[in-house]
Design a protein around this ligand. Sequence first.
Ligand SMILES: Cc1ncc(C[n+]2csc(CCOP(=O)(O)OP(=O)(O)O)c2C)c(N)n1
Ligand SMILES: [Mg+2]
Length: 388
Amino acid sequence: MSQNPFETFYNLNDIMEGLDIERALSIYRVIDTDGRVVADKEPDLPRELLLNMYIYMIRTRILDGWLLKLQRMGKVALHAPNIGEEAVSVGSALSLSKEDWVFPYYRNIGVFIARGVSEEEIIDRNMANIDDPFKGKEFTILGSKRHRIGPVTVPVGNQIPHAVGFALGARIAGENIVVMTIFGDGATSRGGFHAGLNFAGIHRLPVVFVIENNQWAISVPVKKQTGSPTFAIKGVAYNIPGIRIDGNDVIAVYITAKEAVDRAREGKGPTLIEAVTYRMGPHTTADDPSRYRPPEEVKRIERYDPIQRFRRYLIDRGYISEKEDKEIYEEWSRKIEDIVRKCLSKPQLPEEVIFDDVYSKRFWNLEEQVSEFRESLEIMKKLGVRVE
Ligand SMILES: Cc1ncc(C[n+]2csc(CCOP(=O)(O)OP(=O)(O)O)c2C)c(N)n1
Ligand SMILES: [Mg+2]
């Protein structure tokens, strides 16, 4: 018989110890803003992994800059800049193995890069050119089955229950994989966040939840997003350990995510990581942050730049020289510029693709719309209106 709930008492110390509440309220970092080690113990990570982290972050930043330029040139419809948040994407993604799955959100281009999606494919998709596998039917970037990346959903936070359900499905199928999902601070106010944590907490699913707390959800600051002191503390009520970390310290992100991934793989259940970072740019190219936050705030955060901090660490520790660092940056700037030129030279998709894949075939009503569409294009051409 089950215990009488009126006579059951919980030992607060046991619960607190298992959940290590201190970690949900403090902030874990390995290197400070000058790249100096401040953690009690410096993680012993191989040089190759450290260099990969660095190169993936640089590639992400260069690509991000190009997507912004391409949007301003009218070649990309919309872009959500990642600048300053590269460490969250790259550090988290690198903690997973190839077999694991990740359900990221629109600000995680670094996840795509670190999982092996090429810059060319990302730009093709963003430009909706002839090589876009989704034929222009997407908001920025979608997932990639080949790289085990779930779809990037437009409704904020919908990927959270997707990831949890996926983890349950994998368990039923007998696959020993870990599922990670990354989402913004704003997503913690959606029902799916709570449903996802609740379900993962009950079934002890192998899920790693990463909150990319960049302090803003468009114009809403974190103070108006939650009454909790931290986001990590929200895990406690679901019996999920919450860990708050410096999300601009790629080593801290990697170490913490790896610990959570290992726990999940060993059957010890989910973890909630709050990676504290800052959105340096606008929400998207359709946003003007000067209307709701002072530019001084952004200036104050500049010294936390995840790439600069890590660069100083790598140079101080002798992992790379100043010269090698310069070469890495120049090499990738050149490579990505060439890719951008190549993508720009590709033909656009024919306009009529918008009617493809709507139904299994083009029914009469769709055919009617196709002919109306052709007529409008003709008129526009006659009027000299550029169609792009
Ligand atoms: C359900 C839903 N509500 C509102 C929006 C509009 N919207 C798009 S992004 C966004 C803010 C998300 O903020 P956050 O989760 O913190 O991620 P960030 O953009 O800061 O990285 C909002 C409100 C949406 N896409 N979906
Ligand atoms: Mg946010």
